[in-house]
Design a protein around this ligand. Sequence first.
Ligand SMILES: [Zn+2]
Length: 225
Amino acid sequence: MEIQSIGQAIFDLFFPRRCLNCDAIISFDNPLCIPCAANLPYTHWHLDKENPAYTKLKKLCNLSSAHSFLYFQHNNVTQKLLHHLKYLNHPEIGILLADKAKSELDLSKFDGIIPVPIHPKKEKKRGYNQVVPYAKTLAEHFEIPLREDILIRKENNPSQILKNRSKRLTTLQTAFGLTNQPIEGHFLLMDDVLTTGATISTCVNLIHTEYPEAKISVMTIAFAQ
Ligand SMILES: [Zn+2]
């Protein structure tokens, strides 16, 4: 046994790695134990165009299709994975989820993936935009461009939670902007969680004000029930 692996073995003995969902001790480099990884709450909505994500968003904006990969509920495995991805510096969780998603999807028809941007200050603090590891892995796999140069986040609103719904929507409408990159073709807008649909529909509507002919589909890692 190499000295480094002896050191790792001793470290693991005192600080065992645990499944972030069920707390079982795990001995390999994976955030979940084998049963938890095998029982992710998949939506399988790629088989159903009229799925709940599409039904929710089509009332708010003009889109071609929508898909969410996992169900998100309070305290479920998806919530824990996304919490680690977003707040605890685990971008590899996005890559892992994209690796699972790519076997059920075909994104090769899209002209690019547009990640919903976060404010540069937040991105600097977090180290990355939480949807990008997922989006980038899928873009590379399907050999389509990752277009981080289309949408920009203009305002940082940490106190959004305190505002009422109409104020929040007005704030959202001014929070995003477009660069001068032309948008032609069919793009996939990607975000981490679909909750009310306000953020995503704001982005879709913004793109359509400048580029009404552009086709936009939406994909999120998770759908909040
Ligand atoms: Zn587990």
